[in-house]
Design a protein. Structure first.
Length: 292
DNA sequence: GGGCCCGCAGGG
DNA sequence: CCCTGCGGGCCC
């Protein structure tokens, strides 16, 4: 079983140039030699390559509409049948979206955009998958599409808002579309969500989208001014979106015994490897909770 | 530039 | 094993 490294790599910087796909593989950026999506349906996709393989790709630099794989005639590069969300790489990109994993993006010389190199392959930095939708491509077959937005280096903010819509053909009609609240996750929040298998610690709900779990990591004592909480496991809960909002807005809070105040649920559920710092709970109760 | 064809590595 | 995939080198 191969393990993928997600996110930044040591000694790799945006703009680094590689002569061919073999060099990308050797650098550990993109392990598969031919595939455009590097990953599997269980762990997610760590990297994609854009190299003109699919006619429906759309590249604005900081925002990319990427086409999933499958249904493509390798000789002509045109679609000859429908794509599926169940294809390994397509499902891997869904996992990357729902678990907020960073995706490395590399552009090749055959990719048509202002950002592609004249020869070889250029590393373009980290992106977040912010949306997936089904569309009818230029060749008339269903395609799996993903919106990727650039993670600005050093920024803790979510990616820039959507700049424009893909240039689909006139009669293309979206079959389904899923846009989640864009949350920038840290390595720690991803680990915590995986520990709880994307199950809410307050209500036990486990949301799945196309079979993939979705949860949010919620800070008890908020980060940044004026609260200055820490991004540490003892300040984090794995929650469903509703209970995340309710915690953030102070509709509910916790007692020192981890009972839930202000809701219909009784007690927070914990895994063995996870404990909270009581200081964070007391802070939330005193400064965030709205006791109405 | 396009067509052909021989690949590799990963995953079922 | 077999199948697949945004290679790559060669020819024209």
């Amino acid at each position: 079983m191969t393990t993928y490294i997600f996110g930044a790599l040591p000694d790799l910087e945006e703009g680094d140039i590689f002569p061919n796909r073999k060099a990308l593989t050797e650098a550990g950026i993109h392990k598969v030699l031919m595939g455009g999506i590097d990953g599997n349906p269980r762990q997610g996709a760590s990297s994609i390559v854009l190299n003109g393989g699919y006619v429906d790709d759309f590249d604005l630099g900081d925002e990319i509409i990427y086409t999933g794989h499958g249904g493509n005639d390798p000789n002509t590069g045109r679609q000859i049948k429908d794509q599926s969300w169940e294809s390994p790489g397509n499902k891997a990109l869904l996992v990357s979206e729902l678990h907020a994993l960073p995706v490395r993006v590399t552009r090749g010389y055959k990719h048509h955009s202002a950002f592609s190199p004249k020869s070889g392959f250029v590393y373009g930095g980290l992106y977040q998958v912010t949306e997936h939708f089904e569309d009818r491509g230029k060749d008339g077959f269903l395609i799996c599409r993903y919106r990727l937005q650039k993670i600005q280096p050093g920024s803790t903010m979510p990616p820039e808002p959507i700049q424009s819509l893909p240039a689909g053909n006139e009669d293309s009609k979206r079959q389904t579309s899923t846009v989640l609240r864009i949350v920038r996750d840290t390595k720690l929040s991803r680990e915590l969500k995986a520990l709880y298998d994307y199950t809410c610690q307050i209500c036990g709900l486990r949301i799945t989208i196309k079979g993939i779990g979705y949860a949010e990591a919620a800070h008890i004592k908020p980060l940044g001014k004026p609260h200055n909480g820490f991004d540490k496991a003892d300040n984090l809960l794995c929650l469903c979106p509703n209970h995340h909002v309710m915690l953030d807005k102070g509709i509910l809070t916790l007692t020192d015994e981890f009972e839930v105040l202000g809701g219909e649920y009784e007690k927070v559920t914990f895994k063995a490897d996870h404990a909270l710092d009581g200081e964070n709970i007391r802070y939330h109760r005193a400064h965030i909770f709205i006791n109405e």
